[in-house]
Design a protein around this ligand. Structure first.
Ligand SMILES: [Zn+2]
Length: 267
């Protein structure tokens, strides 16, 4: 049952890393659009939502200094970001994982008390690969999956496959495409609804033109996911927040004080 009046009081995007990419490299089949190539500022984020004394995160970042995946540059590692925004990871009540890629669940182990919300198809896909020793060359590692398994053993993992209100004011949808169990969150806030798209839509161009990203497990599901997000936004009046677009920081204000160096206020 949807709790119609529940509102999340604040939603912040926290930037832990960045790099510059070329449109040609990140948009699937970009050359077919006949448009010039160009740079895009790719941010690496996680999202913090607060409701009363409850704290909910979407994604957790990763330790850029420990492994150079794609040339990411560290802005501030998650443990230090959390200090700067005055958040103790042990006080986080819930972590929604958008998917299990290295840059989204890298610090999941810090949130020892949190309920973890993940897509059922995400769990099945990656643990299936792990059990088959087939993670070589993938965007996740055996180590990345350990805190997911720990949460499961401790009864803290909740797997969802259909539309689910996981917290009053936060509904998650499993959309697939980029990863089999990619999820997006519709968040009801005091200033209106938001869709945290994470990697179902990395950049604004993908929302504006329904352009797929180059990395996917199913191109058809990725296209469907983009259509679904647009339909959901139309039905609810929600603002869509792409997962990795540096321009989000130009559209929304910086958080007050020192937190403004890393955090953007989405609501
Ligand atoms: Zn990502």
């Amino acid at each position: 049952m949807a709790s119609d009046d529940a509102k999340i009081q604040s939603v912040w995007s926290v930037r832990y890393g960045e790099r510059v990419v070329r449109k040609n490299d990140v948009f699937y089949n970009y050359a077919s659009y006949g448009l010039p190539d160009g740079d895009l500022h790719m941010d690496y984020n996680f999202w913090v939502m607060k409701s009363g004394d409850k704290v909910i995160l979407m994604d957790t970042g990763y330790d850029i200094s420990a492994r150079d995946w794609l040339g990411e540059i560290s802005v501030l590692p998650t443990p230090e970001s959390l200090k700067l925004i005055e958040l103790d990871p042990l006080d986080v009540d819930m972590v929604i994982t958008s998917h299990f890629h290295y840059d989204h669940i890298g610090y999941l182990e810090l949130f020892e008390n949190a309920q973890v919300i993940s897509g059922q198809a995400e769990y099945d896909y990656w643990f299936g690969k792990r059990d088959a020793n087939a993670l070589e060359g993938e965007f996740t590692t055996v180590e990345n999956l350990i805190p997911v398994e720990k949460a499961q053993k401790e009864g803290r993992l909740r797997l969802i496959s259909a539309e689910t209100e996981v917290f009053p004011g936060i509904t998650v949808y499993q959309v697939g495409g980029h990863c089999p169990g990619e999820v997006v969150a519709l968040v009801q806030t005091e200033t209106g609804p938001l869709i945290l798209a994470s990697d179902a839509a990395h950049f604004y161009e993908q929302i504006e033109h329904e352009w797929p990203f180059f990395a996917f497990t199913s191109l058809e599901e990725m296209r469907n996911a983009l259509s679904f997000i647009l339909k959901l936004a139309k039905e609810t009046g929600a603002v869509i927040i792409p997962g990795h677009d540096g321009r989000t920081r130009e559209k929304f204000p910086a958080a007050p004080g020192a937190a403004g160096s890393i955090a953007t206020v989405l609501a």
